[in-house]
Design a protein around this ligand. Structure first.
Ligand code: SF4
Length: 472
C-alpha cells in the first residue's frame, strides 16, 4: 500500500473541521430594493406620530428581516438581508419595489447556473448543507444529472444516522491497481500479486486549475486544503517546480514536454498523472518512481472505451476521465452516459475491480458526486466548484481547460483553505445522507450500482412506451 502520511496509524474518526468563512469579495445580493424616498419620508412622519416617536420601531418597518433597520432606515436599505418575501410591496406598493439583482442572476454560465453558484457559495461559506424549508418547487427531471434519481427507500435505512456520526459510514476510496484476489501462504504472509493503491478518506480530490485561473495563492490553497483533508490535488509539474512544492498529497501532472524535468522533482509522489498516454514516458515514470501510482488522463473522445481497454492491457490501472466543464464528451454526449460506458467496458472484460476510474467535468453540485459514483466512478476530481468557492467569477462561457476565463482575485490563503474545507465537509455530509438513505455503509459499495438509481428516460419508456405517438 502507498501511504500519504508517515504517522503511525491510530484510529481517529475522519472529520473535516468547518468554521464560517465569510466572503472577502462582496457577493451580489439576491434582490434590489428601490424606495421612493419622498413617499418614505411622508410615511415616516405619519408613523412617528402613530408610534409616539419610537424611532427604532418606525425605522424598522415594514420589513421584519431588517432591510429597513439600518442607521438611516429605508433611505439606505440593507439589500443583503432581503429574502424577497414581498411583504413591503404588498403593503406599500406606491413606496417600495423589489427586483431580482441582475448581478446575482448573471453569476456562473449556462452549465454552472446561478442556482449552483448559490449552493457552492453557501456550502463553502458555512460548511453546512443548504436547506430550503419551503419545499421543492422546481421540476422533477431534466437533462444531464437531473434525469437521474437515487433510490432512497424507507425500507433500507439501517445506516440513516451517518451524517450525525451515530452510525459509521465510510467515505474512503482506494486509488490504484488491485488484484482480483489476495493470496496468503501457510504462514499468513501475502504472496503473489499485491495491491498497489492508496486510500483517501473522501471520494473527492482537486483537479489542476485551468491556466487562466492559476495563481500562487491558489496553488498554496489547493496544496494545504488537500493536506488538511487528507486527499490529493493534481498540479502541473512546472508549477510544482516553480513553487518548490514537496508534498505527497500533490499529484504531479506530467506532459510530454516535462520528460526531462522529472528528475528535478524534490520528493517521491504517491501518485503521478500523465497528461496523455505515451508508452515511452510511462516506462520512464515507472522506472524513476516505482512506488508511485501512475494515472493516465483520458478525454471522452469517440471510442474512448477501446482506448481504455488497450491501456489496461499495457498495465495502466488508474484513469482520469476528463469531460468539458459543461460535462460533455467530444461528441457532445453527457458525462453520465460516458462514465457508464467506460465502467461497463471494463466490467465486460472482467477488469473493473483491478482498475480505478477518477472523473472530472460537469460535476458541480454535492448530489453529482454520488450520482457519478453510481454511474461507475471511484472518485471525482473537482474543477470549477473549487474556483467558485473561492469567489472567482466566470466571464462568459467556461467550457473547457483552455476555453474559459475566470476572474480570480488574490485571496488570503487561510481563508481559501477554510472555504475549500467547508465545501468538502458539506459535500461529504450530503454524500453520507444519500448513502444512509440508500442503506449503504460505505461509498465503495455504490460504485456502478445503477440498480440503486432511477433514470428518467427508463421510467418514461416504462410508463408511456406503449402509448401510440410516444417518442415521435
Ligand atoms: S421583500 Fe420582504 S425581505 Fe425584502 S425588503 Fe420587502 S419585506 Fe423585507
Amino acid at each position: 500500500m502507498v501511504t500519504l502520511s508517515r504517522n503511525e496509524p491510530e484510529y481517529v474518526r475522519y472529520e473535516i473541521k468547518i468554521q464560517p468563512a465569510p466572503d472577502v469579495i462582496p457577493f451580489p445580493s439576491r434582490f434590489k430594493v428601490r424606495v421612493k424616498k419622498h413617499r418614505l419620508a411622508g410615511l415616516l412622519l405619519k408613523e412617528l406620530v402613530h408610534y409616539r416617536g419610537q424611532k427604532e420601531v418606525v425605522t424598522s418597518r415594514p420589513c421584519v428581516y431588517g432591510v429597513f433597520s439600518g442607521p438611516v432606515g429605508g433611505f439606505a436599505p440593507r439589500e443583503d438581508k432581503c429574502v424577497g418575501c414581498l411583504r413591503c410591496t404588498t403593503q406599500y406598493p406606491e413606496m417600495v419595489e423589489i427586483f431580482r439583482n441582475p448581478d446575482r442572476e448573471n453569476l456562473g454560465d449556462s452549465h454552472f447556473t446561478r442556482e449552483y453558484v448559490d449552493s457552492v457559495h453557501y456550502e463553502s461559506q458555512s460548511g453546512r448543507v443548504p436547506v430550503r424549508g419551503a419545499g421543492y418547487r422546481g421540476k422533477f427531471g431534466g437533462e444531464g444529472w437531473d434525469g437521474m434519481w437515487t433510490d432512497m427507500s424507507e425500507i433500507v435505512r439501517p445506516t440513516r444516522d451517518g451524517i450525525h456520526g451515530r452510525e459509521f459510514i465510510s467515505t474512503a476510496v482506494d486509488i490504484g491497481e488491485k488484484p482480483l484476489l489476495l493470496q496468503f501462504n501457510s504462514e499468513g504472509i501475502m504472496v503473489g500479486e499485491t495491491p498497489h493503491c492508496l486510500t483517501i478518506p473522501i471520494p473527492m480530490l482537486f483537479d489542476a486549475p485551468p491556466p487562466s485561473a492559476r495563481t500562487r495563492a491558489l496553488t498554496e490553497i489547493l496544496v494545504r486544503s488537500a493536506t488538511e483533508t487528507e486527499t490529493l490535488c493534481i498540479l502541473p509539474l512546472p508549477e510544482i517546480l516553480e513553487f518548490s512544492i514537496r508534498n505527497r498529497h500533490v499529484v504531479p501532472l506530467i506532459s510530454l514536454s516535462d520528460r526531462d524535468k522529472l528528475s528535478e522533482l524534490g520528493f517521491a509522489p504517491s501518485m503521478i498523472e500523465m497528461e496523455k498516454w505515451d508508452e515511452n514516458l510511462y516506462g520512464i515514470i515507472r522506472d524513476q518512481f516505482p512506488e508511485a501510482i501512475v494515472a493516465v488522463r483520458l478525454p471522452y473522445s469517440p471510442g474512448f472505451e477501446d482506448r481504455l481497454l488497450m491501456l489496461v492491457d499495457h498495465g495502466v490501472g488508474v484513469f482520469h476521465l476528463v469531460g468539458s466543464y459543461h460535462g460533455r464528451g467530444q461528441n457532445g454526449e453527457f458525462v453520465r452516459d460516458l462514465i457508464s460506458a467506460g465502467h461497463r467496458a471494463l466490467v465486460a472484460v472482467g477488469k473493473r475491480d483491478r482498475t480505478t476510474l477518477i472523473g472530472s467535468g460537469g460535476i458541480i453540485a454535492a448530489e453529482h458526486v454520488p450520482k457519478a459514483i453510481i454511474c461507475g466512478l471511484d472518485a471525482v476530481a473537482l474543477d470549477t466548484p473549487v474556483l467558485v468557492a473561492l469567489q472567482a467569477r466566470m466571464i462568459g462561457e467556461c467550457v473547457d481547460w483552455n476555453n474559459n476565463q475566470f476572474d480570480i482575485r488574490e485571496v488570503p490563503v487561510d481563508w481559501g483553505v477554510q472555504r475549500l474545507k467547508n465545501l468538502l465537509a458539506s459535500w461529504r455530509d450530503q454524500l453520507l445522507e444519500i448513502l444512509g438513505a440508500m442503506g449503504l455503509r460505505e461509498v465503495r459499495r455504490s460504485r456502478g450500482e445503477t440498480g440503486r438509481a432511477m433514470f428518467q428516460e427508463d421510467l418514461e419508456i416504462e410508463a408511456f412506451g406503449e402509448i401510440e405517438g410516444y417518442g415521435d
